[in-house]
Design a binder for this molecule. Sequence first.
Ligand code: SF4
Length: 134
Amino acid sequence: MKNTRSAAATKQRTFEERLAQRLRSRKISDAKLRARQAQGKIRRFVNTNFFKAETVASLSLRRGECNRCGACCELVFKCPFLKKNSDGSSTCGIYENRPNSCRLFPIEPRDIMEVRGTCSYYFIEKPVRLGKAS
Ligand code: SF4
């Protein structure tokens, strides 16, 4: 009887420990994603304002269309100008005057990773230039 209770307590503790471990790892992965998102916001701000040629080159590899999910407007924090529509789509309250980093999202494939894959854009590989035949 005592052994059964002790085994049950061990099993319970193991379950609780596993749950705590899972919550800890989820918190860590959430914190890592937030850190990546914050880094991405700064990177896009710098690139769209100071590295325009590189930004244009990167955008030339982008394909697809915006599905208006609004996920890029909720990176790190929800943009105060974001309006959610009843059909699930999103609208920007300052669409005509939005900053370049919003206007041009996503600029690189890693930007898409920051929105957990909800973005409908994708990037193609950079085409390889073949040398002239001699
Ligand atoms: S995450 Fe991509 S698809 Fe969604 S609103 Fe932003 S740019 Fe459009």
